[in-house]
Design a protein around this ligand. Structure first.
Ligand code: AGP
Length: 607
């Protein structure tokens, strides 16, 4: 979603800002802009569409060593040059960039209009610039703080003033903001990727923080001037991890990274001798873990399908009642918090508004909520009561791939811990540990099917609708396969439990609607074969993802993608990778922008 970057130092700010915005392109946006300060003047350049449009409008020799930039993902007002950020006050001396939503902007706008202010845009954000201007009496920090006392809603803001050169004021309430500390230069951004080319020393802002930054120092207070002490952290990954490294797209790179990312998620966490696992960040004693009587896992999108898979896994191996719930539903259903229930929030970005607000609602009602997140220092891990980082490394493509298998890894480890504390024997535990250790190699083996999957995609990419069907542990994988296809190819796809097909959706089966069946060699195999036959009987084309050596499937399905034989609980890992590749090749054949699909944002920070 929207991205913010701010710079003050000795470099030409325009270049730094545009480069920072490009690094955040993956978050999804529809317009972009910068405002650069020089000689007591602020120059704004903003353009609808790709950052390349902005780049061509920025003169190569643009002077000015401080400024702010923004990528906008429209919420209030159409996508055009005018509505793009930065926004300025009527004097043109103050510019701001804003992420989030100002909920009371209509009443604030009316009030300001009655006072004679003329608005130029349809956005909620413009009101911030005019409010700051109203309170400005020679001190930008004071004016921002006064303005914030009138604002309701969520924000990450950076403001600059033409008469206070090389100074930025940042504020955060519900939208991420990070300070980057360089030598004689400072950055503010919504995402560390924007500043990674210059510094790895960062300070994560928290809700209620206001930070005053010049090129050599920073000071953080709350809105009422009380000092807030901040810790400086070092970003734990390198700039080359956000490069394509020879792959044509980030999505392909991330799909192929999965043997490594899954391995990283397990590293140091498996206990071979005891057939169990260790997860340091849970902040729970064994006694507390043993007392858990139910687990509820909240998430959105792909993370929700990981949550569903893990709920199945927990019930299966640990025999604990477990369920997955959509964050966007939990927040508003007035959830009943039962003291025996342990809650998890799963989120790649750690910033998804639906998941964050659902977590806060549960915590308000006394729940213990643990986070399963990827982005270190993001809001969910900081506000949760403990949790696990999945360590999949930066995920840049909007469509999540490697984060999904890493989320499974973390939750499988948790399931194993819980299982071994209950009925699971050491021998069974060891079998699961061995099976997990084999996953990276098995994914690697599966990836060899890449070109073959491409040839299957070539056969079906013109179809207008697909079904994805699985049962048990592979049911959520079918849902994820359908989501992946629709996100990046824009083809309509439905994920279903294969057993549910006959209860309605089978009415849609015909020669032009392929069904992708997931057929692991577990106790549901025969049932799934029956469902496949039901589709074949109605002339529906069938693509099966089955286990190597299962020749019977080849006699029923039109096309079969084989995954290596594995422990029956591990097929979600192997099969989902095949579906990611299928979606990927289908999207490429349709000439889609797979890394930045239309209308989508990587980190959904609004409700
Ligand atoms: C995945 O491909 C999606 N783009 C999306 O569904 C995503 O998984 C969802 O928005 C949740 O994001 P999170 O994991 O960062 O919370």
């Amino acid at each position: 979603m929207c991205g913010i970057v701010g710079y003050c130092g000795d470099r030409a700010a325009a270049g730094v800002l545009v480069e920072g915005l490009k690094r955040m392109e993956y978050r999804g946006y529809d317009s972009s802009g910068i405002s650069v300060g020089y000689d007591n003047r602020l120059t704004i350049i903003k353009k609808k569409g790709k950052i390349s449009n902005l780049q061509s409008a920025v003169p190569d020799d643009m002077t000015g060593s401080y400024g702010i930039g923004h990528t906008r993902w429209a919420t209030h007002g159409e996508v055009n040059d005018l509505n793009a950020h930065p926004h300025s006050d009527s004097t043109g001396k103050i510019t701001i960039v804003h992420n989030g939503i100002i909920e009371n902007y209509i009443s604030l706008r009316k009030k300001l209009e009655n006072e004679g202010v003329e608005f130029k845009t349809e956005t909620d954000s413009e009101v911030i610039a005019h409010l700051i201007s109203k309170f400005y009496e020679g001190d930008l920090e004071k004016a921002v703080k006064s303005a914030l006392t009138h604002i309701e809603g969520t924000y990450g803001i950076v403001a600059i003033h033409a008469d206070e050169p090389c100074k930025m004021i940042g504020a955060r309430n519900g939208s991420p903001l990070v300070l980057g500390i360089g030598r004689g230069e400072m950055f503010l951004a919504s995402d560390v990727t924007a500043m990674m080319a210059y510094t790895k020393q960062v300070v994560y802002m928290e809700d209620g923080d206001v930070v005053v930054v010049d090129k050599d120092s920073f000071r953080t207070t709350d809105i009422r001037d009380n000092e807030r002490n901040k810790e400086i952290s070092t970003v734990g990954w390198d700039i080359d991890e956000i490069e394509k490294e020879g792959f044509p797209t980030f999505m392909e790179k991330e799909i192929f990274e999965q043997p490594l990312s899954v391995q990283r998620g397990m590293k140091g966490r498996l206990d071979l001798d005891q057939g169990t696992a260790k997860l340091g960040g849970l902040n729970m004693t064994n006694r507390e873990l043993r007392a858990v009587s139910r687990v509820i896992i909240l998430a959105a999108g792909t993370s929700y399908y990981a949550a569903m898979t893990c709920a199945y896994m927990l019930e299966r191996v640990a025999r604990i009642p477990a369920g997955a719930e959509l964050s966007s539903e939990v927040r508003y259903k007035n959830p009943i918090v039962d003291p025996g229930t342990l809650y998890f929030v799963v989120s790649q970005s750690g910033e998804t508004a639906d998941s964050l607000y659902a977590m806060r609602e549960l915590q308000r009602k006394g729940a213990k909520v643990l986070g399963i997140c990827n982005v270190v220092g993001s809001t969910i891990p900081r506000e949760s009561d403990g949790g696990v980082y999945i360590h999949s490394g930066p995920e840049i493509a909007v469509a999540s791939t490697k984060a999904f298998t890493s989320q499974l890894t973390a939750m499988y480890l948790f399931s194993l811990i819980m299982a071994r504390m209950r009925d699971m024997s050491i021998a069974e535990g060891k079998a699961i540990v061995d099976a997990m250790i084999s996953i990276p190699d098995q994914i690697q083996e599966g990836l060899k099917q890449n070109m073959y999957i491409k040839s299957i995609a070539e056969k079906y990419y013109k179809c207008r609708s697909f079904f994805f069907l699985g049962r048990g542990l592979t049911y959520p994988i079918a849902l994820e396969g359908a989501l992946k296809l629709k996100e990046i190819s824009y083809i309509h796809a439905e994920g279903y439990s294969a057993g549910e097909l006959k209860h309605g959706p089978i009415a849609l089966i015909n020669e032009e609607t392929p069904s992708v069946f997931l057929v692991p060699d577990d106790d549901l195999r025969e049932k799934i074969i029956s469902n496949m036959k039901e589709v074949k009987a109605r002339k529906g084309p069938v693509i099966a993802v089955a286990v190597s050596g299962d020749t019977e499937i080849a006699e029923i399905a039109d096309d079969v993608i084989y995954v290596p034989k594995a422990h029956e609980l591990m097929y979600p890992f192997l099969m989902v990778v095949m579906l990611q590749l299928f979606a990927y090749h289908t999207a490429l054949l349709l000439d889609r922008n797979v890394d930045q699909p239309r209308n989508l944002a990587k980190s959904v920070t609004v409700e």
